[in-house]
Design a protein around this ligand. Structure first.
Ligand code: ADP
Length: 473
């Protein structure tokens, strides 16, 4: 069932319940009020008769002998019946309108009268019509000698109540009908924005263009929140799809270049280069270098893919100073490669504190080597690279400082993005190194920062939380 129908049905059920309760209560109150009025009149009449009787000196005799004249009901007045009974329940006198029958006898009323108490009760007569009866005891020196009874047929009250009930019920049903229609209209009004959003969302879903957004309502209500949440979701989706597309394009681009080189060298070998040992070595070296490059790329991509799926690191206590020393030695070897064993750039060890962190030593080594590799790549001959380690207020700070080409300020916010490379720097890297380094830092609860000046050099700083309780003294 549609929400609109469901809302209307519930609204109608609740309204019908409230209306019915209201009608029943009103009728019960009306009935009680009418009965009270009748009771008052009956009591008044009975008291008048009793007071008149008690004023007579021959009151006992008059009752015994039935010498009592009861007043006739004037024409147009309510049809009240009056009757005086003796102690033995025989009738002593009755009003002229009671000719032919007597007011019924009720033992409950008699029992109360005997105790000297007057009482009201509704009785059903032999003709099956309701009759209201009031019985007032006639007392003489503390003993009941008889009773004055006044009765009133409730038929017209019942009829009045019946008529009122019919009128109110018909009115209630009409009112319910109108209220249901109003409920349907209100539900439609409240749900209209949802309809709009659904239609707009369907339109967006039908087009391949994910740049479209839902129009924001002017009022900041629930609909506004729904629309902005939906738009934020679309933004995120568009970003993810965009990154995915870029990744696909970048990966294929990165793989195409080494494959072309490999294919070219294989063709060279086929054409006879294999016969010349020197040419063969050059071709095989080129193939090996490209295969290594592809392997690195695939390994990096795999690591980032695992990072995206929330890979957990296997952490242990790591002596950062020892790790940095290892990286320093490796950096010296890296700086010497291709320079005939002579360092192209100088690698120095700066300040070094002792520090322990909780982490994955292989990943931390990979992080620092990525930084060192970049520092070597982007520092011209004769430059210096300095590695330092400081312990500072619960943090371990490792910095890799170079005197290289530096990074222009407009590129700084992007260098940690996947596949970001500065233009015009040739094929020095694929642009995944810093993305991996930042992920490793963050997976250790730390962060990676950079400061750089074009032509002066760059400093990459890694902050890691110091292993608590294990701080070396
Ligand atoms: P790449 O594999 O290209 O080095 P990275 O993610 O490691 O990829 O670095 C991204 C870009 O940041 C590099 O292309 C380079 O332009 C710049 N960069 C990184 N480190 C340095 C550095 N020490 N000096 C100058 N530029 C750097």
């Amino acid at each position: 069932m549609a929400v609109r129908t469901r809302l209307t049905v519930w609204y109608t059920i609740v309204t019908a319940g409230i209306l019915a309760l209201y009608l029943l209560l009103s009728l019960a109150l009306l009935r009680a009020q009418l009965l009270r009025q009748v009771d008052r009149q009956l009591a008044e009449h009975a008291r008048e008769v009793r007071d008149a009787l008690l004023q007579r000196t021959d009151f006992r005799q008059a009752v015994d002998e039935g010498r009592i004249q009861l007043p006739a009901v004037p024409p147009g007045a309510p049809p009240i019946y009056l009757q005086v009974v003796r102690g033995n329940e025989s009738v002593a006198a009755r009003s002229p309108n009671l000719i032919g029958w007597r007011l019924p006898l009720d033992m409950d009323l008699v029992a109360l009268n005997v105790q000297g108490r007057a009482a009201h009760k509704t009785l059903i007569t032999e003709e099956s019509t309701p009759l209201r009866l009031y019985s007032l005891p006639l007392m003489d020196s503390g003993r009941m000698v008889g009773a004055v009874q006044a009765g009133y047929p409730l038929l017209d009250i019942e009829q009045t109540l019946q008529r009122t009930w019919t009128t109110l019920a018909v009115g209630g049903i009409l009112m319910l009908l109108v209220l249901s229609l109003a409920g349907w209209w209100l539900a439609s009004l409240a749900l209209r924005p949802v309809d709009h959003i659904t239609r707009a969302a369907l339109q967006i879903a039908d087009t391949p263009d994910l740049r479209q957004r839902l129009p924001l309502p002017r009022v900041r209500d629930e609909t506004y929140r729904l629309v902005s949440t939906f738009n934020a979701l679309l933004d995120r989706l568009a970003r993810v799809i965009d990154a995915q597309q870029r990744l696909g394009a970048d990966v294929s681009h990165e793989l195409r270049t080494p494959l072309t080189t490999i294919r070219g060298n294989v063709a060279l070998l086929r054409r006879g280069a294999a016969d010349d040992p020197q040419e063969r070595e050059i071709a095989l070296d080129a193939i090996e270098a490209e295969v290594n490059r592809m392997s690195r790329l695939v390994a990096d991509l795999l690591l980032l893919a695992q990072a995206d799926t929330g890979m957990q690191l296997e952490k242990q206590l790591v002596e950062m100073d020892t790790l940095l020393l290892e990286v320093y030695r490796q950096a010296q070897a890296m700086a010497a490669v291709g320079s005939g064993g002579v360092e192209r750039v100088a690698v120095r060890l700066g300040h070094e504190d002792q520090a322990l962190v909780l982490g994955d030593p292989d990943r931390l080594r990979q992080l620092l080597l990525n930084l060192v590799d970049n520092a070597i790549k982007y520092t011209p001959r004769g430059g210096t690279i300095t590695l330092s380690l400081y312990r500072e207020g619960g943090w371990v700070r490792v910095s890799v400082q170079d005197t290289g080409v530096g990074i222009p300020p407009e590129a700084l916010p992007h260098i940690f993005e996947r596949f970001f490379r500065m233009p015009r720097q040739g094929r020095k890297g694929v642009g995944l190194g810093l993305a991996i380094a930042r992920w490793i830092a963050e997976a250790h609860g730390g962060r990676l920062e950079v400061e750089s000046q074009v032509g002066q050099g760059s400093t990459f700083t890694l902050w890691l939380p110091e292993a608590e309780g294990f701080a070396p003294s």
